[in-house]
Design a protein around this ligand. Sequence first.
Ligand SMILES: Nc1nc2c(ncn2[C@@H]2O[C@H](COP(=O)(O)OP(=O)(O)OP(=O)(O)O)[C@@H](O)[C@H]2O)c(=O)[nH]1
Ligand SMILES: [Mg+2]
Length: 332
Amino acid sequence: MKNTIGSRLSLNDFIDQISQGNAIVLAQAITLAESKLDEDRILAEQLIETLLPRTGNSIRVGITGVPGVGKSTFIEAFGKYLTSLSKKIAILTIDPSSAKTKGSILGDKTRMEELSRDPLAFIRPSAAGLALGGVADHTREAILLCEAAGYEIIIIETVGVGQSETAVRKMVDFFLLLMLGGAGDELQGIKKGIMEMADAMVITKADGDNIKRANQACSDFQYAFHLFSESESKWQPTVITSSALEKRGINETWKLVLQYVEHTKSNGYFDAQREQQNLIWFRDTIQQLLIQQLSTSDKIKLKVDNLEKQIMNKTILPSRAAKEIVTDFLTS
Ligand SMILES: Nc1nc2c(ncn2[C@@H]2O[C@H](COP(=O)(O)OP(=O)(O)OP(=O)(O)O)[C@@H](O)[C@H]2O)c(=O)[nH]1
Ligand SMILES: [Mg+2]
């Protein structure tokens, strides 16, 4: 089969190499899954489907926080701690702004310099320039590929702005929100909704002059979490302080993750959430594909333009216009 990246590798080669934990082939497979060429994507899907029995054995951790909160520095310290425990870790980043500011991904690379040289760590920024839905899709596939390659902890980093954290929440077991002490939650653009998605919060940069502010924020946010109604997981979100520079709060974070996994595995939530997330992946993809199909047909595009004009002129009800488009699409 002809394809851009894997032309030297057959499906069986990919399967063998990934199963043996070959990181270079793993990176190629992720590129294949991100490819815009149909033949690449078909090969990637065959590959991931064949590897499915080898997937699912990791702990998937999402990490979010506003730009500059210290995500990359924290992940470097956290990652180094995990590899010191001989854990194989993969770090995937989703940055919806990366298409515009490529610098942030380059910045991340240099900030995780130590980790990027660590043979137990695999770091992969998401492909820039894709729609968020697309990025989320590819990240899910990348998670599965990393698991098949034997990575035990998968960390998904995303910038805490826009919809990306909602997308990440739908693909991880444990969701960690990083927050600055003393900046005020409004200042950090953190909405209650994001806090409700979090299983834990880490107050970053708790060192030097910041310690007092960080401790105050820690108790304030812990109190705020207590006011939320009990979540489906029956897990009480915990807030801790950390200094990635001084390597404090790092092993505590890992302990929290392990406690959460134990708690949710014993009450059945861990598996239930994963099943639910697979269904969400299925349903979200149906929606995306339909929208994609709608926007590629010239005939439909023309009709959409016409109906939009009528909506502006208030001569048609928007909901009726939408139904007309869908009916047209289904009968064409
Ligand atoms: N004092 C102190 N500074 C820190 C700590 N962690 C990160 N910083 C600094 O905060 C700045 C931002 O850190 P990053 O790790 O790049 O933050 P980020 O959230 O990844 O930023 P974006 O990728 O731009 O969203 C850098 O100048 C870091 O040196 C910490 O534990 N203590
Ligand atoms: Mg960063």
